[in-house]
Write a protein that binds this ligand. Structure first.
Ligand code: NZQ
Ligand code: ZN
Length: 392
């Protein structure tokens, strides 16, 4: 096991009716003037926004509303939020929605609490030294942004999607009522389940030896998400399945499952370029890329993929042939993706890539030829081209 730091400071308030606690929690964490940030309308239609605002009023907390954060949230709206925070003296951000709203709020928080252009952080020119405090009411189980240190923003100038990670941006509190996710379209629920699995797999596919505890926890989490995704595909209002998946989403991406492991993240980097270029749903984009990544890197450590096949996908192992077992595990994962309506390649995602587009995706993913990606197998720009080609 490698050395590690683990920091997960978010207070989680989980269960039915918990959104009524939002005002109390904001006050507990020092809010005096709140920017309530939300998406493109679901929280208005469901009445959640009104309930959350009522709870702020009950605590006597003044607030300003800023809606419009779209999936794959844009820098332009975050800049608008930064301006409002500065002009209005906002000292607390409340994100009501999914990962996109949360990430947009984190970007606003960095921009409002630091001098200069917030995009500098996302293109790695400098590091943030603060962030406005953030709380959230989560409406989709997916990104884990409610407990993660990351935010991912798309700059409309060039449609470049970049992530920035810092402990300053971690939420002070996360309100999680699984009932709030009942209204999600099936596609979003299943994309969310895929993202949760992928956050676990990016940490699980490691070459670090002696990871028994992390392996066991990760495998249990993945089996839980697979089983409950199938239930939710049939019955979206199954509370227990919603609850299992929601808590799994936070645990998959709060850093816990990577403690002591070298992590990978290549599939995420490859997907971010796809959603930057085509605005695809993040989880579905991951499903379209992962099988090709898996087959490309498998030979680095077939035993790892064989362990995944047996312990997660329920494949009957063949001790004499780990590669055969490993390949069967990848095929099982593809069968599962199809069962829940996810694509297993980019064509099924709805795009037929040209050679030029593949070159552009790889060029952007390599940060214009300046970086490699991946930990399980280090991938250069040429490897990225090959994986996109295999995935198309
Ligand atoms: O905009 P609204 O109207 O709210 O609709 C949203 C949106 O259309 C809708 N939705 C959310 N909750 C709903 C609902 N519709 C009905 N009922 C509800 N309860 O679902 C759609 C997707 O929402 P979004 O927030 O985009 O989904 P998600 O949570 O999957 O976030 C995706 C973004 O997060 C980034 C992704 O790249 C993508 O930009 N990620 C963030 C990470 C992080 N911060 O740690 C890690 C991830 O790997 C990921 O990269
Ligand atoms: Zn993700």
């Amino acid at each position: 096991m490698n050395n590690f730091e683990y920091f997960a400071p978010t207070k989680v308030v989980f269960g039915k009716g918990t959104e009524k606690e939002t005002g109390r929690l904001a006050k507990e964490f020092g809010a005096r003037k709140v920017l309530v940030h939300y998406g493109t309308g679901s929280v208005v239609r469901s009445g959640l926004l009104d309930r959350v605002c009522d709870s702020l009023k009950e605590q006597g907390l003044p607030y300003i509303l800023l809606g419009g954060a779209q999936p794959n949230p844009r820098l332009g709206l975050a800049r608008e939020g930064i301006r409002i925070c500065r002009e209005e003296g906002v000292d607390f951000l409340l994100a009501v929605g999914g990962g996109s709203v949360l990430d947009s709020a984190k970007c606003i928080g960095y921009g409002a609490a630091n001098e200069g252009d917030v995009w500098d952080f996302y293109c790695r020119k400098r590091k943030a030294e603060a962030c406005l405090p953030i709380g959230c009411v989560l409406t989709i189980a997916a990104t884990g942004s409610e407990m993660s240190d990351s935010s991912v923003i798309t700059n409309e100038d060039g449609m470049i999607k970049r992530g920035y990670s810092s402990d300053y941006g971690r939420c002070r509190f996360a309100v999680m009522n699984p009932e709030l996710t009942y209204t999600l379209p099936d596609w979003q629920t299943m994309s969310g389940c895929t993202d949760i699995l992928m956050h676990t797999m990016e940490r699980y596919f490691t070459k670090t030896p002696d990871t028994m505890l992390m392996d066991g926890m990760s495998e249990a989490l993945m089996r839980t998400v697979i089983q409950n995704a199938k239930i939710l595909h049939e019955n979206p209002t199954d509370y227990d399945a919603r609850a299992q998946v929601m808590w799994a989403g936070s645990l998959a991406h709060n850093g816990l499952l990577g403690c002591g492991n070298e992590t990978d993240w290549a599939s995420h980097q490859l997907e971010h370029e796809l959603s930057g270029m085509f605005d695809v749903t993040h989880g579905a984009g991951l499903a379209a890329v992962w099988p090709s990544w898996a087959r490309y890197v498998l030979s680095e450590k077939p035993a790892r993929f064989a362990q995944f096949a047996v312990n997660v996908m329920g494949v009957t192992g063949d001790c004499t042939d780990p590669v055969k077992t490993a390949l069967e595990g990848i095929r099982e994962m593809e069968r599962f993706f199809h069962e829940i309506g996810m694509p297993v390649n980019i064509h099924e995602l709805g795009y037929d890539l040209t050679d030029e587009q593949i070159k552009e995706l790889a060029y952007k993913c390599s940060f214009f030829g300046t970086r490699t990606i991946g930990g399980f197998k280090v991938l250069d720009q040429e490897d990225m081209v090959r994986i996109y080609e295999a995935a198309r």
